[in-house]
Design a protein around this ligand. Sequence first.
Ligand code: ADP
Length: 264
Amino acid sequence: FLKVSKKKISYEDGKEGILLILSDITFLKKLERVRSDFVANVSHELKTPLTSIKGFVETLKDGAIDDKDVAIKFLNIIEVEVERLVRLINDLLYLSEIENAAMPILDEKVAVKEVVLESIELLKIKAEKKNIQFDIKVPEGLEMNIYRDWLKQIFINLIDNAIVYNKENGKVWVTLEKPNGMVVIKVKDTGIGIPEKEIERIFERFYRVDKGRSRKLGGTGLGLSIVKHIVELYGGKIWVKSQEGSGSEFTVTIPIKKKADPHQ
Ligand code: ADP
């Protein structure tokens, strides 16, 4: 995209001319596009549960409320949809907090094992429902200079996915290693896996391999993009190896000492 602007100029000998300025605004246009796609996606994601809530409320008012069993069923659906909206809004706020890392970055010395165990504790009930076993290996005394909440968010999002997209009686491995100046985090599962052609896209905001399935399971489509943002803020990387039908392994690498850089 080129933007053309004109400017009148006068020369020393009194003659006048016009200066044509051509600017390449491809990048700005792209940015505009990304932003408007994002707004469209957010609106759609908010509208879907709202439309469903409205529908059930109307049906209740139209008489369904008189049948107690039906009424309870509808109220439960409404509750699930409201919970999803809350999760979505929380994820959006989280994403914007990370993106506008103008906020002072609160790095601190963090005992990593403690954070891993806390994250798993939060997801325990979800894992128990599917009878999923954990195998956790974290070096004793491992410390990182990082914002504790963000490190916890990395574990929660990756482990949550490893449970949600796993099979009944499946397994989740959380392994941490500390080779030369890096912390390497691996979260592996025995789940449904990710088709090869989708792998590149799953870190995009709102991208899901199976939209219906992710929604039904309570997903917002923002978990991995939040993880990627945090990891990149610390100069790290994230990637995944996956085999459809047998499982996935997410790997995150973060340099140990590096301070978060909001300009990354
Ligand atoms: P969601 O809220 O949908 O889980 P995420 O950003 O966390 O959003 O993940 C994006 C998509 O990547 C998911 O909808 C799912 O299709 C896929 N995905 C993520 N983690 C896994 C995993 N461990 N196994 C299989 N698919 C996964």
